[in-house]
Design a protein around this ligand. Structure first.
Ligand SMILES: Nc1ncnc2c1ncn2[C@@H]1O[C@H](COP(=O)(O)OP(=O)(O)OP(=O)(O)O)[C@@H](O)[C@H]1O
Length: 277
């Protein structure tokens, strides 16, 4: 069953085409990451799916409904963490989460959510007094308090310190284990690799590649780089079949400091968007 079905989505702002014929299919329960450079059309796509922006054309179904005609019960089934931070500056963290919980028929416990995002120590602090990363954690709390079936996260960990990012990753895995479908945009390739079942790379409003993080752009079958230290010093060879090369080499010499590497997700991504040096 699909949670999100998109075909031929287009959206222009005046003369600027932001989304230029995007097709997407996200299965229920999947964690799907949209990657792409600044201005590629990620947020516009996500905003259309959330029902926050009108599309020019294309077919879109989110949880079986057209987000261009959102209803209250449909809205209650999705959770949204926008790129711009929420505006609840005068409320404390606990008040803000409890207030948002009131919008949903079956919300999570406010204190449990605050704990999940690691803000327990700041539960009594006003939102306006939080640091940037703490504010972002509050945004995530507000996005999940309604126990959404489908969660949209637009660059959720921007401004997080490394520990907070790891904590956030654990939270996403927990939500995914509970069956939540998650669509996230990110500039962090390690984040996509750590979290996503599938990724799509979007550039200039079009999807240029789609697949699992380990196979994207032919990554799994790309030539491997084999490095070792032989009798004559450091050696490097590129080969489609590293196992065979290593067996062959090992007959003749000791292979000290042997490593085998394939292109990283970042290598593949930079190739796809045409930015590789
Ligand atoms: N409200 C708007 N009015 C006019 N143009 C816009 C608007 N929002 C986005 N754009 C333009 O549409 C294009 C796509 O923007 P979008 O925000 O969807 O990209 P993005 O992939 O989310 O980028 P980023 O990674 O920087 O968040 C860009 O050229 C941007 O300048």
């Amino acid at each position: 069953m699909s949670a999100i079905e998109v075909s031929g989505l287009r959206k222009a702002y005046g003369g600027v085409t932001a989304v230029d014929g995007v097709d997407l299919d996200v299965a229920a329960g999947e964690v799907f990451a949209l990657l792409g450079p600044n201005g590629a059309g990620k947020s516009t796509t996500v905003e259309v799916l959330e029902g926050h922006r009108k599309r020019d054309s294309g077919e879109v179904r989110v949880l079986g409904r057209d987000p261009g005609k959102p209803s209250g019960d449909w809205r209650a089934r999705i959770g949204v963490v926008l790129q711009a931070t929420s505006d609840a500056a005068e409320l404390t963290v606990r008040e803000a989460v409890a207030h948002f919980a009131g919008y949903y028929p079956n919300p999570r416990d406010a204190d449990a959510v605050i704990d999940l995002v690691g803000l327990t120590e700041k539960a009594g602090a006003r939102a306006g007094k939080l640091s940037g990363g703490q504010r972002r954690r509050l945004d995530v709390a507000l996005g999940i308090v309604g126990r959404p079936e489908l969660l949209f996260l637009d660059e959720p960990t921007t401004g997080f310190d490394p520990e907070a990012r790891r904590q956030f990753w654990r939270l996403i895995r927990l939500l995914a284990d509970e069956g939540t479908t998650i669509l996230l945009t990110t500039h962090y390739l390690d984040e996509a690799e750590a979290l996503a079942d599938r990724v799509a790379v979007i550039a200039r409003g079009r999807i240029v590649a789609e697949g699992t993080p380990s196979t994207l752009g032919g990554r799994a079958t790309a030539e491997a780089t084999v490095r070792w230290r032989g009798a004559d010093g450091p050696q490097v060879r590129r080969t489609p079949d590293p196992q065979r090369l290593i067996v062959e080499l090992a007959r003749h010499e000791e292979l000290a400091e042997l490593t085998v590497s394939r292109p990283t997700l970042e290598d593949v991504y930079l190739d796809l968007i045409g930015e590789r040096a």
